[in-house]
Design a protein around this ligand. Structure first.
Ligand code: V0D
Length: 258
């Protein structure tokens, strides 16, 4: 049973990684992992390449980690792809970033469909260009009935704005008698957030040596384990993801998770 581990077609894990994957799958796998994919610009700078080259390389890592998350049997993988702060970057970089979903889905969507992955998005759709939104909405629609990994992209997302909007929505529903003050529990409040349909992350990973949340899922990460690494996102490999999950499982074993 344990060595009957399902791997995606054509996917080659080295034998030592495969052993660690089997080991991980025999224990409590985190259901929801969220990742702040940082360090693409720095990766490019180190190689005297334009920043966008780092973003493109980072996109390849998204494919690799998505496959592994699916192999490991995660329920949800949330990836912070674009923050509301990212609009402040040079226009050409923003334009490039907002083409990445189309490029990613153009080649990877058939595989996602075949592997039963469900694509979702969390963030403000309003300011996104039509071409970006169309590609993502097609992917969400094509995968809406899938029951495997939920691949949740945080895109044009900011946590404080999300919370303020939730409060406004709650106030509105109170005025309209849809809920009353006493009915507003933590669970009810959670259902007003963009992550309403998702469980809270069990594990947050941030790459590239920054030890902060940068306005990412502030409410949802209240009880999560955090794992920080100096590795830049384009250099983040399967071994690093596995290392993070092993660390999570060690903590669960030692301290017992709630
Ligand atoms: C650049 C590193 C995949 C972080 C990863 C719009 C920055 C590569 C997507 C993607 C980005 C998003 C939605 C979707 C399918 C794919 C993506 C952005 C940036 C910002 F449905 N990678 N990726 N989106 N980068």
């Amino acid at each position: 049973m344990l060595n009957k581990i399902k791997l995606w077609k054509n996917q080659q894990h080295s034998s030592s990684l495969r052993d660690r994957i089997i080991q991980i799958k025999g224990q409590q796998v985190p259901s929801h992992v969220a990742i702040i994919m940082d360090g693409n610009g720095r990766w490019a700078k180190k190689r005297a390449l334009p920043r966008v080259a780092g973003h493109h390389e980072g996109m390849k890592v998204v494919r690799k980690i998505t496959r592994l998350a699916s192999d490991l049997g995660l329920h949800t993988l949330t990836l912070y792809a674009f923050s509301t702060e990212n609009w402040k970057r040079p226009k050409m970089e923003v334009d490039y970033l907002l083409k990445l979903p189309e490029e990613f889905l153009g080649t990877f969507l058939p595989e996602l469909i075949q592997e039963n992955v469900k694509v979702t998005m969390m963030g403000y759709k309003e300011n996104l260009p039509d071409h970006t939104l169309r590609a993502i909405e097609k992917a969400m629609d094509d995968t809406k009935d899938n029951t495997g990994l939920t691949l949740n992209f945080a895109l044009n997302y900011g946590s404080r704005a999300e919370i303020v909007d939730a409060v406004k929505h709650v106030l509105n529903d109170c005025q309209n008698g849809i809920i009353d003050e006493n009915g507003l529990t933590e669970d009810v409040f959670s259902s007003y957030l963009m992550s309403a349909t998702l469980a809270d992350p069990d594990l947050l990973i941030r790459t590239s040596g920054e030890i902060r949340l940068s306005n990412f899922m502030l409410w949802q990460l209240a009880y999560s384990e955090f794992w920080f690494t100096d590795v830049l996102w384009p250099d983040f490999g399967e071994q690093h993801f596995i290392e993070a999950i092993e660390a999570y499982q060690n903590r669960q074993r030692r301290f017992g998770g709630v």
